[in-house]
Design a protein around this ligand. Structure first.
Ligand code: NDP
Length: 399
């Protein structure tokens, strides 16, 4: 079989010669009891860079020794890119949300042999799911592999934005010491109302992680959590996003991107928020309207916006979120810590082993199967596509 794998570029200075930590902490299972990815074999050192081109998700030896052709590239956007050349006869495509190979309907039409699209991570909105269903291409992702990594990032972003860390750090780097400049936008999080749109694996973990800060916790989701969890965290459930954003100082967005959630935070929704609130979006860029966010930061309707997800990715160099006031953006990194990379590389290998051995892939990993939403996908996604506009990624020029 031919397996096409699209990964982000290597570090500018080449692959690291050494890493800060010599090993990773051992985790036994995920909080709900689900087991970590468990492939039969592993050909990489845990904690090393696997998500970039030379890291190859640690898959080359396994695939080539089993007679498969393995193409790895970071060339994915614009005319003549490498990925488009290989998709036409690839059987399986592997791509990551951090540097997504947008599988639009047009591309899926050219992919005559394609049977499966694997997301090395979570969030398969870079695949036109409706087209995948129509063309009977299965879509799978490594559920839970980086959910807790993202929740940590959310906590970091809430605290650093409310306390205005970025500004203070900049002042130090510039050789300054003006305390008044450093604190004029800095508050305590304690006592604030924090709400999540969606309380799935990430949203719920972010609530749990914020609880010790002495905050009031809120959530909106399509399905209500158990009474036991609501009581444990003293949660306020809202029946609509509007009802929640009205009372929250910080809103964190943790639902998948699908037609129901695309553009959810537009000008109308942002204007319903408490004046001066903060947004942390590590879910998907397209859930927030690009121009509306920038305008709200400029007017002061929002005090801050942070996250690591953009649309498209890589974001064009002139994407307004790079330069809008009071933002705390990172490139899409929260789910690709070295710790998470080990889990999703293991997860991709587990999926491939199951596929080659004709064994069932875990239900938790399924998004689309046999032309229908399946497994986790059936619960969390809706039919349709959210890939339109992705060709804009070609406007990014490497710095
Ligand atoms: P889960 O499937 O555990 O949780 C998703 C939750 O979103 C579910 O509770 C689901 O509700 C809810 N949901 C779906 N649609 C809506 C809607 N219209 N309104 C409100 N809630 C909705 O996934 P994770 O928590 O692990 O991940 C969530 C998302 O985070 C991913 O889809 C991905 O986009 C993003 N992500 C980002 C990463 C990063 O690196 N920045 C890494 C990993 C994920 P229900 O099931 O109750 O219907």
């Amino acid at each position: 079989m031919k397996i096409l794998c699209v990964l982000y570029d290597d570090p500018k200075g080449g692959m690291p010669k050494r890493y800060p930590l010599s090993n990773l902490p051992k985790l036994d299972k995920y909080p709900d009891g689900m087991s970590l990815p468990s492939p039969k074999g592993r050909d990489f050192t845990p904690g090393q860079l696997l998500g970039c081109v030379s890291g190859e998700l640690g898959l080359r030896k396994f695939l080539e020794s089993n007679g498969h052709e393995f193409i790895v590239t970071s060339s994915k956007d614009g005319p003549g890119n490498e990925a488009d050349k290989h998709i036409v006869d690839a059987d399986i495509v592997i791509s990551q949300p951090f540097f997504p190979y947008y599988l639009t309907r047009e591309k899926i039409k050219t992919a005559k042999n394609l049977k499966m699209a694997i997301t090395a991570g979570i969030g398969s909105d870079h695949v036109d799911l409706q087209a995948a269903m129509d063309h009977k291409i299965d879509v799978v992702e490594v559920t839970y592999c980086n959910s807790r990594s993202v929740a940590e990032h959310i906590v970091m972003m809430i605290i650093s934005m409310v306390r205005d860390y970025h500004n203070q750090h900049r002042i130090v780097n510039e050789g300054g010491w003006n305390i008044a400049d450093a604190v004029q936008r800095s508050y305590d999080v304690e006592g604030m109302h924090i709400g999540t749109v969606a309380a799935g694996r990430i949203g719920l973990d972010a609530l749990r992680k914020m609880k010790p800060f002495g905050v009031h916790l809120h959530y909106f989701d399509r399905h209500r959590l158990s009474t036991a969890i609501e009581q444990e965290l003293n949660l306020t459930f809202h029946t609509s996003v509007e009802s929640m954003v009205k009372v929250c100082d910080v809103v964190t967005i943790n639902c998948p991107l699908h037609p129901e959630t695309e553009n959810l935070f537009d000008t109308a929704m942002i204007n319903k928020m408490k004046k001066g609130a903060y947004i942390v979006n590590t879910a998907r860029g397209k859930i927030c309207n690009r121009e509306a966010i920038a305008a709200a930061l400029t007017s002061g309707q929002l005090s801050g916006y942070a996250g690591d997800v953009w649309f498209p990715q890589p974001a064009p160099n002139d994407h307004i979120w790079r330069t809008m006031p009071n933002h705390g953006m990172t490139p899409h990194t929260s789910g690709t810590s070295l710790s998470a990379q080990t889990r999703y590389a293991d997860g991709v290998r587990e999926i491939l082993e199951c596929y080659f051995d004709k064994k069932p892939i875990r239900q938790q990993y399924l998004i689309v199967q046999n032309g229908e939403l399946a497994g986790v996908g059936k619960h969390s996604y809706s039919k349709g596509s959210a890939t339109s506009g992705s060709e804009e990624a070609a406007r990014y020029k490497k710095q």
